[in-house]
Write a protein that binds this ligand. Structure first.
Ligand code: EPU
Length: 428
């Protein structure tokens, strides 16, 4: 096990390059199974969730060849198995996409239920409703989800909740189904659009991705494609908030500013200066953050995956802010950790009342999930003294080269083995 050791209190300065989007990559990689030919996927983030999906593809027989750290060639033709077991899926939510992809490829799929971050109950009833509408029979038995359809047929599917995962899974299963599928109340996240663009680049006929109604006219064959994944909205947002929380000045490169609008709007309300360019964003903060209320919502609302990070900034603000979680039942488990650093936060149901303090104090804390872990890193960078962040395997699921990227901005952060004596960081 490893941990991060941070000596905080230093404003971040410089520029940092953002990698490919995790939540697009984990949908696009299984989508390769729909193709009749090999595909090359570029701008892959170097994160453990991508490694896990590649392992899942290898485990069913696909030929996976890394061409560089961020590009992979996948030949789906040798993939004969339709079963993905628990040792492959544990800890990762996106393994559920193997269900839609295998159902499309083999007309059946047997996949261990997905893991991922613990935000309370994480049902897949809307995924199942979609598969059933397309003609599949779905059974959950002996710890495995089993789906089978003699023939997938297009259908009209209204999602009872706006679900990223269900929208993606239904898109995967419907792309080669006979006839027209209409997904109503679909999720609109940038990764939904990226998946549709990838499938269309292979010859699919998908319209309306990015709106609440997605129409898919089934095609019988998909050809190979060479596709580059969009930049990661949440990784970008995390560095933007880190710049503001440390009173720094950082240019975040290789981003799509349109995907960052809700984050930019809140940072400006909080008092940051934000300059937008074609593919980069500069964030600087010269004064104490101002209080601000934030409510998370599906895209284009403020992303739930930025909720813990913005809460750290507000924990340092002048005044009291309310952060309301509008997507998950329980996404405040990190508050206990932040309180160990001196934050003043009361959680009341789906809201957190944050009374800003002058400074946070370094402390030993842990990453209770992926974005909570990113929030602890930001808190450690902004705090006075030393912070250690444990259980960082959560962070490794979604942030590539995190210590190196923050170091390039002047941060004092080291990844060290948990049980060895760690290096004392000098001059901090
Ligand atoms: N929901 C249902 N039934 C379903 C599916 C979802 O009731 O069948 C509910 C959930 O309980 C939740 C809401 O719908 O309250 C939204 O869930 P969604 O299905 O959109 O989430 P997800 O697909 O499981 C993805 C991201 C999460 C991100 C959410 C919301 C991936 C791999 N994961 O999860 O990302 O929080 O969408 O935007 O794309 C992260 O990257 O840190 C992360 C957790």
């Amino acid at each position: 096990m490893q941990k991060f050791v941070i000596k905080g209190g230093k404003p971040l300065r410089g520029s940092v390059r953002i990698g490919g989007a995790k939540n697009a990559a984990v949908a696009i990689l299984p989508a390769v199974l729909l193709s009749d030919e090999p595909c090359v996927i570029e701008n892959l983030p170097e994160i453990s969730d991508v490694t896990s999906i590649l392992k899942a593809l290898t485990s069913i027989g696909a030929e996976v060849k890394m061409l560089s750290k961020s590009s992979v060639s996948i030949d789906p033709r040798p993939a004969k198995s339709f079963t993905v077991t628990k040792d492959i899926t544990k800890g990762m939510r996106a393994s559920s996409y193997m269900l839609g992809a295998l159902l499309s490829r083999c007309n059946r799929a047997r996949v261990s239920p997905p893991g991922g971050c613990d935000f309370g109950v994480r049902p897949i009833d809307q995924h199942i409703k979609g598969f059933e509408a397309l003609g599949a029979k779905v059974i959950i038995d002996n710890g495995m989800v089993y789906a089978r359809a003699p023939k997938l047929m297009g259908a009209s599917i209204y999602l009872d909740v706006v679900s990223v995962g269900a929208t993606i899974n239904i898109m995967l299963a419907a792309t080669k189904a006979a006839g027209l599928t209409v997904i109503e109340n679909a999720a609109k996240e940038p990764h939904i659009v990226d998946l549709a663009n990838f499938l269309n680049s292979m010859g699919a006929n998908i319209m309306g991705a990015g709106t609440g109604v997605i129409k898919i006219r089934g095609v019988s064959h998909l050809h190979g494609s060479n596709y580059s994944i969009i930049p990661d909205q949440i990784e970008a947002g995390t560095y933007m908030v880190a710049a503001a929380a440390t009173g720094g000045d950082v240019t975040i490169e290789n981003v799509t500013p349109k995907h960052l609008e809700s984050i930019v709007a809140k940072l400006i309300e909080i008092g940051a200066d934000v300059e937008e360019f074609d593919e980069s964003i500069r964030v600087s903060m010269k004064s104490r953050p101002k209080k601000c209320n934030v409510k998370t919502m599906p895209h284009p609302g403020f992303p739930t995956d930025m909720q813990p990070q913005i809460a750290v900034l507000l924990a340092l603000a002048d005044g009291t802010s309310i952060v309301t979680e509008g997507v998950w039942d329980n996404r405040f488990r990190y508050v206990e950790q932040l309180s160990l650093m001196g934050a003043d936060i009361q959680v009341d149901g789906k809201s957190a009342i944050i009374t800003g303090v002058n400074h946070l104090n370094g402390a030993p804390v842990k990453a209770v999930d992926l974005r909570a872990g990113a929030a602890m890193i930001i808190a450690g960078l902004a705090a006075t003294g030393e912070t250690t962040v444990e259980e960082i395997d959560h962070i490794d699921r979604g942030y590539e080269n995190l210590a190196e990227k923050f170091k390039s901005l002047g941060a004092h952060i080291e990844r060290v083995d948990d049980f060895s004596e760690y290096k004392v960081i000098k001059n901090a």
